[in-house]
Design a binder for this molecule. Structure first.
Ligand code: FAD
Length: 286
């Protein structure tokens, strides 16, 4: 099926992109890697009047640490981040999740920010953003504002950006040197979106007690969910199999998974419980 007719522009600078987005307002869309938007256009599930490509804006392609945060620009491809030593050292949770997102071919084009802006409830990268309280740097011709992860994801394929705004970068707090991470995903095919997934990061003190726990799930609702009730059961405790089981039990009431062609809500709830326990044991090394 062919996409609806649209006007196309490909500015070479951010200012040009913002000018175009302001011109189109809510009839405009950013085109990044196109790996989700182009299928939506072809299936006529999206019909913007104007498509504004950022693929010629080299100033948006960067990975750097600024003020204690790993900062990733809007044009940074997933594969570039997947092979980045800076990502591995500054944000091991992101490094653990990236190889599980799509396949080499899709990651070569897909951007980190595109996956976040797309806000698919079964996309894995939003789980990392929510687990780590990422900050979303959003810009328009009117200026810049920051949105925290808890506010950014509104519902399925819906984020809290306004017309004329774009996601310029995402900022993830740099992890402690001895942070431990684990990621678990269930999908119906070898690659492709998760049916459900859990991303976990733990900080363990020298005496073996947990000083910080970050756990987030996707597939457990219309948006990624930070499992704070599960996290709180772990602080000040040793992360044993029993503690992991108790945390998984505390996570279940926070979930509101849906049923679809691929899996029913009961199945998603069960596997998320299992993956919370599994990732906690893996991260804690028990
Ligand atoms: C074969 C295949 C397998 C895949 N498997 C997975 C998978 O396992 N897990 C997964 O999470 N994803 C998967 N994807 C999707 C992939 O990660 C997409 O690339 C991603 O969802 C969107 O990123 P993009 O850069 O391609 O954005 P695009 O497709 O260009 O845009 C997606 C949406 O986000 C908006 N957008 C993009 N960038 C910005 C920005 N900077 N500011 C504001 N809005 C913006 C667009 O307007 C559009 O609405 C797969 C894709 C393919 C083709």
């Amino acid at each position: 099926m062919k996409p609806p007719v649209f006007e196309f522009s490909a500015p070479t600078h951010l200012s040009g992109v913002l000018e175009r987005l302001a011109h189109y307002g809510d009839e405009g869309r950013v085109l990044a890697g196109g790996q989700s938007l182009v299928p939506l256009l072809n299936m006529r599930m999206a019909s913007p009047r104007g498509l504004v490509s950022i693929n010629h804006c080299d100033e948006l392609s960067y990975i750097r640490v600024v003020d204690g945060c790993l900062t990733i620009g809007a044009l940074t491809r997933q594969q570039e981040a997947n092979t980045s030593e800076l990502v591995k050292s500054a944000c091991p949770l992101l490094a653990a999740v990236l190889p599980e997102v799509g396949c080499r071919a899709s990651r070569n084009r897909s951007t980190i920010c595109g996956s976040l802006a797309h806000a698919d409830p079964c996309a894995e990268l939003p789980a990392v953003a929510v687990a780590l309280d990422a900050m979303f740097v959003v810009r328009s011709q009117q200026g810049m504002r920051e949105i925290d992860a808890a506010e950014f994801f509104v519902s399925e394929l819906c984020n809290s950006m306004e017309p004329g705004e774009m996601l310029e970068a995402v900022r993830l707090p740099v992890a402690k040197a001895d942070s431990r991470v684990a990621f678990s995903k269930i999908s119906s095919r070898g690659h492709g979106f998760a049916l459900a997934a859990v991303a976990t990061q733990l900080d363990i003190a020298a005496d073996g007690t947990c000083t910080s726990a970050r756990i987030a799930a996707v597939g457990g609702g219309a948006t990624p969910i930070r499992l704070v009730d599960a996290e709180q059961t772990l602080i000040g405790r040793r992360v044993s199999e029993d503690a992991a089981r108790a945390a998984a039990d505390a996570a279940l009431p926070m979930l509101d998974p849906s049923s679809d062609l691929h899996a029913d809500s009961g199945y998603r709830r069960r596997v998320i419980g299992k993956m919370v326990r599994q990732t906690l044991c893996q991260a804690a090394g028990v």
